[in-house]
Design a protein around this ligand. Sequence first.
Ligand SMILES: Nc1ncnc2c1ncn2[C@@H]1O[C@H](COP(=O)(O)OP(=O)(O)OP(=O)(O)O)[C@@H](O)[C@H]1O
Length: 773
Amino acid sequence: MASGLIKRKAKTSATSRKKIKTGHLNANELSWKTVSTSKEAGITSDFDGILELEEVDNVEVVYEETEGGKIARFQVVDNSSSSEDENDIDPTAEKVASSSSLSVTSTAELLRSSQNEELSFDSKSLLSEWHPFDLHPRLLRTLYAQRFINPTPIQAEALPTALKGKDVVGVAETGSGKTLAYGLPILDSLLKTSSSRSTDTKQKRSTRALILTPTRELAFQVSTHLNACLQDVEIVDPAVKSEQDDSIVSAIPSESKGSKNSKTQKGKRKQVSKTSSLKPKGPPPVSVAAIVGGMSAQKQRRILDRGVDVLVATPGRLWDILQQDDDLASQIKNLRFLVLDEADRMIETGHFAELDNILRLTMRTAKDEAIESEESETEEPETSTNGDTSSDMQTFVFSATLSKDLQKNLKKRQRWHGKKKRKPASTLDDLVMKLDFRDPEPTVIDLSPEGGVVSTLRESKIDCLGNDKDAYLYYFLLRYPGRSLVFLSSIDGIRRLLPLMELLEVKAFPLHSQLEQRQRLKNLDRFKNTPNSVLLATDIAARGLDIPSVDHVVHYQVPRTADAYVHRNGRTARAMRDGFSMLMCAPDERRIVRALLNSLGRNEEEIPEMTAELYMLDKLKARIQLARQIDTAQHKVKKENHEKHWLREAAEAMEIEIDSDMGLSDDDDDSKAVPTKHQKKTANAKTAVLKAELKDLLAQPLIARGVSTRYITSGSRSIVDDVMAGQYHESMLGLKKTQAGTDLAAPKKKPKPKTKKEEFEEWHGIESQENII
Ligand SMILES: Nc1ncnc2c1ncn2[C@@H]1O[C@H](COP(=O)(O)OP(=O)(O)OP(=O)(O)O)[C@@H](O)[C@H]1O
C-alpha cells in the first residue's frame, strides 16, 4: 500500500444526521482554535500586526432581540456524523455536546483521529536519522514536511537524553535548532499520552509544560514553531506524487487539503459548514499557546480558561497572572516539563524576581514561599518530595551562552543545593543552581563553538569617528543590498537614525521596547517581507529571533557584553546559512571592544577591517549632511508645534484664558516662545529648499572615481567588462556587485580554523509548503 496516501471514503448515508445544538452561548465559550501561521515571529504579512488569529468551526450566528437591543448569540452545529461511514465507527458513539462543552469531538472522532495518527509514513527510509528516536508519527510527518531531514547536532545530542526523561542543560550556537531540541521531547511525550487522555471534552486541559522566554517576540516564535510541528499533515508517497507533478515529495497540511471546502470555512469564520469534512475535528491533541505582556486580557483569559498543554510565557506577565489564578499556580506545581530558553537574558531584562518566584512554584521544597517572605536564614532542607509538586518534572535549560563555570558548578549542584541558605538568586549562576532538577546529575551538552563564532559567519569591523558612523552605515547599506539588522544600544539612537534613513530613501523599520506590541510585530513582519530593508533595533531583537535570510548584522553601537555580541551576530548565519556581521567602532569604544573580545578568548586583530571607497564615501557624506540639516529643521518645528499644542491643551483643560503673552496665538507676532506664522513659513521654505537639494543629490548616480559614463570603455576604470558580465553595481557605478565580505582587508592575525560546514536542510517557513506539494 502506498504509504500515507490513504483517503477515507465519504459516504452519504440515508441515516446521516445533522444535529443542531440550540444552546446559546457567548463568544468566549466557543471552542476557538489558534490559526497556525508562519513560524517567524508568529505572524504573516496579512496579520498586519495582530498578535494571533483564532478560528472556530461549525458555529452559526443568530441574533436575539433583548431588552437591551439585538445581541449576537452562537449556536454550535454538530454535523460531523453526516460524513461518517457507520460501519467504520462504533454505532454507540454519539456526539457528546452540551452547552458547557462545545467541542465537536466525539468518541468516534477520537477513534478516527487515533487511527489517523497510526498512518505513519515510512520514516525509516525517509527520515533515517530521526527514526531511532521513535518520535510520534505526527512529529515525523511535520519534520518531513518542513524538510528537516536530519536533526541538527544539538538535536541529535539532546534528544536521546531528554527522551529518556533526563534533565538537560544545552548550549549550542545561535540558529542551531535549540527550540526543537527541547520542543520535540515535550511534544512527543504529550502526544503519546494524549491518546490515553480522557475523552471527556468537558475536562479542561491542564498545563503540562511551561517554556519561559525573555521577550514577547521569542515567546510567539517558540509557540508558532511548536505549533507548526503539531500540524496534521499528510505525506503523499513520492512515487505516487511524481506521477502527478514534478515534486519529489509532498506534504499537505490537512487543513489546506480539499482546498475549496477548507478555504471557504476559513474565509467565512463562524459559519456553519454545510459540507462534511474528512479530517479529524475537535481540539488539537496537544495545544501550545503564548501568554505575554501587551496581549489583551480577554484573549489571555480565553486561552487560560480553555486550558493549554504547553504554555510559552514571559516571566513578568506569567507572574502577574499566577498571583491571581490559583488554578494555574497549582498546574505549574505539577508540571511535567519546565524550560528556560535564553535564561541568561531573562536575568538581564529585570524579570529576575518574577522568574525566581515562578521557579519556586516548581520546587519540591519551599513551594509556597515568594521572595518577599524569605527573611528566614534557616538552612534549606535536603530536597524532599512535597506531595503537591510533581516529582517527575523534567527541566531543560538552553542558551547559546552559558558560562563554562556555570556548567561545572551544575555538576556540584546537589551539594550546593543542600547547604546554601535560601536567598533570592541574583545572578544566572545562582538561578540555575536553584533550579530543582529532579535529576541528580543533569546532562550538560555543550556544543558552543570557540569564541562564540558560528562557522558560517564572516565578521568584520570598521574603525571610524563616531560622527562618521552614519556615512559608513549608509555606504554599507548601498554597497551591499540585502536584509540588514542594525543594532543600537539606545532607543534615542534609533529615534535619531530613523528619520535620516527615511530622508535618504532607505527602507528602515524600528524595533524597541517603547513601541506598542502590535507595532513591534508589524515592523518585524515588514522587515521579514522586504528583501532590501533595515531593522533598527535595540537588544530586544538580539536573542532567539529567527528571521529568515538576515544577510547582515551591523553593530552600530558596540554591544555591552560579550554575550550580546554573540547573540546579535546570531541573527544572521542561522541554520548553516552564510551570514556577515560588521562592528562599527569609534575611538572611545575601542577599549570596550577589546575587553569584549578578550572575554571571548579572542583578540581585535583577528577581525578583518572593512574597506570603503573613500571617494564614494565623501559623496555620501554630503547627502548625510543635508539629511541631518533637514532633520534638525523638521525636529525644531515639530518640537515647537508640540509645545504650542501642549500649552494650548493644558490651558483649555484648566479653563484658563489664553493670554497673548503666552505666544499661543497664531497671529501673535511678538511671541518669542513659539515661532510666528511668518517665522514658520520661512523655516518651512528653508526646509523645502534643503529637501529639493537632497532629492537632487539622491537622483544623481554615484559614480566611482575614474569612471567615464560617456564612454564606458574609457576612463582609468573601465566598467565595460562588469556591465557585460552583469556584475556592475546598480547604485554605485564603477564598483563590482559583490557580497559583503569580499572587500575585507586581510586580518592582522590568522583567525582560528573553522569547523567544516555541515549539511542540513533549509527551512522556508510553513506557509511555503505548498510549493513542494
Ligand atoms: N533539523 C533541522 N533541520 C533544518 N532546519 C532546522 C532544523 N531544526 C530547526 N531548524 C531551523 O533552524 C532555524 C533556527 O532554529 P532555532 O530558532 O531553534 O535556533 P536556536 O538555536 O534556538 O537559535 P538562537 O540561539 O538564536 O535562539 C529555524 O529556522 C528552524 O526552523
